[in-house]
Design a protein around this ligand. Structure first.
Ligand SMILES: Nc1ncnc2c1ncn2[C@@H]1O[C@H](COP(=O)(O)OP(=O)(O)O)[C@@H](O)[C@H]1O
Ligand SMILES: [Mg+2]
Length: 241
């Protein structure tokens, strides 16, 4: 389990999050909602360990240890996976090569050959609606918003994630792609008993990935929390009711 405990965060000395507390439990889905600029991505980047996000008070507890000072790489080794709101392009980094390197890092004992891996990748890409030519290109280079989001899903499939942090994975996806991707993420999380944190301001994705807990952020603070019924209240009345 991960406990985000009384966390306050500043970026460039500017306070953004104030006293945020929540848990992420294996097998559970947490939805983090809130209007633009409320601090959702700041929570995601703080969890992932972005160096510009300074924890000014509070702790991130993993099991029983405080991991607030661990680097993003050390957190990835613990099973943290951040699907970024705006995945960056990396010209020169071939998608297939990149995914194979991640696969080998997270499956050091597996005897999967490169050709078996490529067959698996072709199958998964096809299921996710990723054109095969994209796999031969540089990562996200010239990719559409939706194609970048699908690439994030491929990366999570090879990373053995225990804590999936999905920052607006739904933005840029059409309605059919959203369903396909949501169901694939749900299966992955079930197979690995992973915790999921879904960050969104659009409730549609929560029809497929039904949250156990819902948190609503406003101006860097948790304004409301509850179960899945809170989503319907937000649909009916917006964030400001
Ligand atoms: N690097 C930064 N420098 C200054 N302000 C920032 C920085 N990153 C985020 N912020 C501010 O923090 C607030 C929360 O941003 P963010 O976490 O991206 O919100 P959300 O994801 O909910 O839209 C916003 O007011 C944003 O302008
Ligand atoms: Mg954001």
């Amino acid at each position: 389990m991960i406990q985000f405990k009384n966390i306050s965060v500043s970026v460039d000395k500017k306070p953004i999050l104030k006293n945020i507390t929540f848990d992420l439990k294996p097998g559970q889905i947490t939805a983090l909602m809130g209007p633009n600029g409320s601090g959702k991505s700041t929570v995601a980047l703080t969890l992932a360990g972005h160096p510009n996000y300074q924890i000014t008070s509070g702790q991130i507890i993993f099991g029983k240890i405080d991991i607030s000072q661990l680097s993003p790489d050390e957190r990835a080794n613990l099973g943290f996976f951040l699907a970024s709101q705006s995945p960056v392009a990396i010209p020169g980094l071939n998608v297939k090569t990149f995914l194979w390197q991640i696969f080998k890092k997270f499956h050091p004992d597996q005897k999967t050959s490169l050709s078996e891996f490529r067959s698996w990748l072709a199958f998964e890409s096809d299921t996710l609606g990723i054109k095969s030519e994209l796999l031969d290109r540089s990562l996200n280079d010239g990719f559409s918003g939706g194609e970048r989001k699908k690439m994030e899903v491929l990366q999570m499939l090879v990373s053995n994630p225990k804590y999936l942090i999905l920052d607006e994975i739904d933005s840029g996806l059409d309605i059919d792609a959203l369903k396909i991707i949501s169901l694939r993420i749900q299966k992955l999380a079930q197979d690995l008993n992973s915790a999921i944190l879904i960050i969104t301001h659009a409730p549609k994705i929560l029809e497929y990935l039904k949250p156990n807990q819902v948190l609503v952020l406003d101006k860097g603070q948790i304004k409301k929390s509850g179960d899945a019924s809170l989503v319907q209240k937000i649909i009916d009345s917006g964030f400001n009711s």
